[in-house]
Design a protein around this ligand. Structure first.
Ligand code: MN
Length: 491
């Protein structure tokens, strides 16, 4: 019998009522799956228990953890839906049904891949918790892939990297993304995985001593300067992410400085910058490697200060500095962010989220409603979701999140369709810029509007975002219909 305390120990957020609900879900799932075995020969209940435990670990609410226990009950057992509704209510059963629907999608090459993504986005739009349960379920499945038939392994592994890990990344759940990818990596890309193992085994790469040295000296100096250290620890780069970085550096591991990095957690933002200053006063930083993700967070919301220093003993060490809040965000992502800003348990969808960090999500739902052709939808997705993003600012300091390569016209449409439709030119950092000028992160952008200016087909060449293209195309189409109508009338 698996000990339910293992679930409770993952989180401090559960009260007695929550625990009673979770215990009931445990019992019902245990009974429903009692005669089923997994491919490994173990009781099926182990899988739903692991899923629920993952959800508790992500800090999810009791209803989501309960739904984790029940997620395969409707699909794989003959428990009637009415019975679940009776016992657990509509909300939990809706989550279970959502996960079941997602489960029917299988990765079978390109076309199905598109379909899977669409289903994920629909589910996400419905209730973000459905996606998170599915990811918790997938994490356990991919971690137990060795029991799956060989021909199925690769498909599941690829699907995990292509879809699940990307979604985890996009909702800022960095540890989950890393764990999904690392479990899938050996099955998805066996050759590459082997190569990485070889590289790691063959390099005398070991910066343990450097890390010890820096840790000791920095701990002392922070104490002297009266900066309270919440935690100072090492983080090892995830294997799949390390592999991707290696590929960019021609497999030269000597060029990768963050295989193992030092992570310093301090009380507040001010202490983060002070700590960075102290690090630089002791050790020389490598030029060009100081990254302020606090002032300019990564597209998925990640915040931290990064710097890479010469240790003075021939070594190089990356130091990451952040607050406990930033750390929680980096681990739990969207869950840390606004799932717990719930209002009466109903605010679990991302509709109308005012959180600019995740604005792309609501834009995507919008897109989902308007683009029906799966191929086109995928193109939009790849453009909008999976490519790198830049952050630019309005003169008032609002952040606008755009894909890399976006231009002034994209910015204009991102502010408002009317501003886009009548944009005459732009000011980038107070200098004149044409509508086709590419933007860079941190640019401050202003748009000059002229009511007599209208979109032209030239603008389509400037536009990078699907939102801008959509508005321009709509205008051009209406306008050409109008002019056809006019010439027809004249005729
Ligand atoms: Mn499952």
């Amino acid at each position: 019998m698996l000990d339910i305390n293992e679930i409770y120990n993952q989180t401090s957020k559960l009260d007695a009522k929550d625990k009673a609900l979770i215990q009931k879900a445990y019992d019902v799932a245990h009974e429903a799956h009692k005669d089923q075995l997994r491919k490994s020969g173990e009781p099926y209940f182990i899988h739903v228990f692991a899923t629920a435990k993952n959800l508790a670990h992500f800090g999810m609410d009791a209803k989501t953890i309960a739904a984790g226990f029940l997620h395969d009950v409707l699909e794989d057992t003959d428990t009637p839906e009415e019975k679940l509704v009776e016992e657990f209510g509509e909300e939990i059963v809706k989550l279970v049904n959502g996960v079941t629907k997602l489960g029917k999608v299988k990765y079978q090459g390109h076309a199905r891949h598109v379909e899977s993504l669409r289903k994920f986005f629909m589910a996400m739009a419905d209730d973000l918790r459905i996606l998170i349960i599915k990811l918790a379920d997938r994490l356990h499945n991919v971690q137990t892939l060795e029991h799956v038939r060989i021909d199925k392994r690769k498909r599941i592994a690829l699907e995990t990297i292509e879809i699940h890990a990307r979604l985890a990344d996009r909702i800022g759940m960095n540890n989950l993304k890393g764990n999904l990818e690392d479990a899938a990596f050996p099955y998805a890309y066996p050759e590459e995985y082997k190569k990485l193992q070889e590289i790691l085994a063959n390099t005398k790469f070991d910066n343990t001593k450097d890390l010890d040295l820096v840790t000791d000296k920095l701990t002392d100096e922070l104490k002297n300067q009266k900066i309270h250290i919440v935690e100072i620890s090492r983080r090892e780069k995830y294997k799949y992410s390390l592999w991707n970085k290696l590929v960019k550096y021609n497999l030269d591991i000597e060029k990768i400085y963050d295989v193992v990095a030092l992570r310093v957690i301090v009380d507040n933002i001010e202490d983060c910058y002070r700590t960075l200053g102290i690090v630089h006063s002791i050790w020389n930083p490598l030029p060009g490697r100081i990254k302020d993700y606090i002032a300019t967070p990564k597209p998925n919301g990640y915040r931290s200060l990064h710097t890479t220093i010469f240790t003075g003993t021939g070594g190089v060490v990356e130091v990451q500095i952040r607050t406990p809040e930033m750390h929680a965000e980096a681990v739990y992502g969207i869950a840390a962010h606004f799932i717990y800003k719930e209002t009466g348990g109903k605010n679990f969808t991302i509709k109308g989220s005012k959180d600019r960090k995740f604005e792309w999500l609501s834009q995507l739902q919008e897109l989902h409603k308007t683009v029906d052709d799966p191929e086109k939808f995928l193109q939009h997705l790849q453009m909008d979701l999976f490519k790198d993003r830049i952050f630019v600012f309005t003169p008032r300091g609002d952040v606008v999140d755009l894909p890399e390569g976006a231009t002034v016209i994209d910015f204009a449409y991102a502010i408002h369709s009317d501003i886009g439709n009548h944009a005459q030119n732009g000011l980038i950092n107070n200098k004149n810029a044409s509508l086709g000028t590419k933007l860079a992160s941190r640019d401050i952008v202003e748009i000059t509007v002229n009511p007599n200016t209208n979109p032209s087909s030239k603008w389509l060449e400037y536009a990078k975002t699907s939102m801008a293209k959509k508005h321009i195309n709509t205008y051009l189409r209406q306008n050409s219909l109008l002019s056809k109508f006019r010439s027809f009338a004249k005729f």
